[in-house]
Design a binder for this molecule. Structure first.
Ligand code: CA
Length: 502
């Protein structure tokens, strides 16, 4: 009997130890070595173009503590400093139904721009000059431009670029960079001859320059594994004297070779043509499971994955990939590597199908399908058929990248999101003035400072940093006064409530 009790006790202890360690794993701190960035404004960006449509379908996002918040604020607090937003010309059918993919019309871009500005996030505006996805396989001109000559398309690009950028700026958007076309490796806007492509690129660049000469002009290509071809594109741009600042490439490790290939191309562009370089799109799967009922591009049956991938499919693997890509871009010759954008790091399930089966699965999938159609929050809706019969017409549906997001299927931040902070050498963020560390600046913060100074209760380490409004390395009564003045809407010479890192 005693021996049996002993065994039970041992088993209990073992299971406790096991569950504690799996709890720690689940809580999942990731580890990432910081990068010594050559440029302190190195772009740690994310494409979040589908966000508005997801919100319309009632998708919510939660920070690492489980607190619901604006996705953009969660990203900023985790060290993301730049957003990429795609723009399509007229992504609706004649009845106003969205082609999906997040709409991506100029009104949607303006909504994102205004919100981004609130959190000090800069913007890369990604013009596709199409009504739907533009990529190496499709570069179809917008419906309205279908019968235009090349010269007419140049005028249309000038006009559309100018009017769109003006609207985004009027919405508060802080535009740092503009892409003239998306993945324009073999063509742009229905044009494939190199001389004609050059004309269209020039027209777009001209429009951007006129709006603001400080905005960087980017051209975006794919397939850095075809090193000679990519270098040839830079040669072509030079031959036709195309005006641009940034040579951008996608880099998806499953398809685009090694980071050495990428670096080889970027170093060539930097050394030969003195252009900046960015990775405009990258991503990595944290799981090979699907969560929304629409097949993912990266999955366990994908024969393109190969054995040569360097990172595991986990949040840690995601963080490792992000760091490796940023490290490669940071090491480009002559400090010409500007940064990296993660592609659609929040395109999660409209509702989580994980663990469901049979009738339950089918019913929930049908609800998801209805949401994708109604809100355009899947990669394509059936309404896109008229514009893209082959691809959208056959395969329309939900998110094909929900397993590559930095949020799980319920919108909770994965541990990997912290990679953006850790890569920059930070462990966490706080709001200036938020002395009690509750993610908002209120009168309680001023009182906490007063109590600290009167030795009644003491601020902790983060609280002391957040309370030091004057940045004098010590908390004083003036700090409390600044918070009070800020709350009473007086002008204060400090950005109280602004995001800081430590
Ligand atoms: Ca999916």
């Amino acid at each position: 009997m005693r021996r049996a009790l002993c065994m039970v006790l041992i088993l209990c202890i073992l299971s406790c130890v096991f569950s504690l360690s799996s709890l720690a794993e689940e809580k999942g701190e990731i580890s990432v070595e910081p990068i010594n960035f050559e440029n302190r404004d190195f772009i740690k960006g994310m494409d979040i173009s589908s966000l508005i449509s997801l919100e319309e379908a009632s998708v919510k996002f939660f920070d690492e503590n489980g607190k619901e918040d604006d996705l953009l604020r969660i990203l900023r607090k985790n060290g993301v400093n730049y957003l990429r937003v795609r723009v399509w010309n007229d992504p609706f059918d004649e009845n106003g139904n969205s082609y999906g993919g997040g709409h991506n019309d100029i009104e949607t871009a303006c909504l994102l721009a205004g919100r981004a500005a609130k959190y000090g996030l800069k913007l890369l505006i990604d013009f596709h000059y199409s009504d739907f996805w533009a990529d190496p396989a499709k570069q179809k001109a917008p419906k309205d431009w279908e019968n235009y000559t090349v010269d007419q398309k140049c005028d249309a690009i000038r006009e559309f670029t100018t009017s769109s950028l003006k609207k985004i700026i009027a919405s508060g958007g802080d535009i740092g960079m503009v892409q003239i076309g998306n993945e324009t490796t073999t063509g742009i806007c229905g044009v494939t001859a190199r001389a004609d492509m050059a004309k269209l690129f020039k027209a777009g660049a001209e429009a951007v320059r006129k709006i603001d000469e400080n905005i960087l002009v980017a051209l975006h290509f794919t397939n850095p594994e075809c090193t000679a071809y990519m270098k040839g594109l830079a040669d072509f741009l030079d031959r036709y004297q195309v005006d641009y600042d940034v040579f951008a490439s996608s880099y998806y490790p499953y398809w685009h070779g090694s980071l050495e290939n990428l670096k080889d191309v970027f170093d060539y562009v930097a050394e030969t043509y003195h252009k900046y370089t960015i990775v405009a799109e990258t991503s990595y799967a944290y799981t090979l499971e699907d969560t929304d009922g629409h097949p993912n591009t990266v999955n366990r049956w994908n024969n393109m994955l190969g054995d040569d991938l360097l990172w595991e499919f986990s949040p840690q693997g995601q963080a490792d990939e992000l760091r490796a890509v940023m490290n490669a871009v940071n090491s480009i010759e002559d400090q010409k590597g500007l940064g990296v954008f993660y592609w659609e790091g929040a395109w999660i399930a409209v509702s989580d199908l994980s663990g469901l089966s049979g009738k339950e699965y089918t019913e929930q999938l049908n609800r998801n399908k209805a949401l994708w159609e109604q809100y355009g929050c899947g990669w394509a809706s059936s309404y896109a058929k008229e514009y893209n019969p082959d691809d959208a017409g056959r395969y329309y549906g939900g998110s094909a990248v929900d397993n590559q997001a930095f949020f799980d299927a319920r919108g909770r931040a994965l541990p990997s999101l912290k990679a953006f902070l850790k890569i920059s050498g930070y462990e966490r963020s706080y709001l200036l003035g938020d002395a009690d560390d509750d993610d908002s600046v209120t009168i309680v913060d001023a009182t906490s400072i007063q109590k600290h100074l009167a030795s009644i209760t003491f601020l902790d380490e983060i609280g002391s940093l957040a309370a030091d409004i004057e940045n004098t390395d010590k908390v004083s009564i003036l700090d409390a006064t600044y918070i009070q003045r800020h709350l009473a809407s007086y002008t204060v010479p400090y950005e109280i409530g602004g995001i800081r890192f430590c």
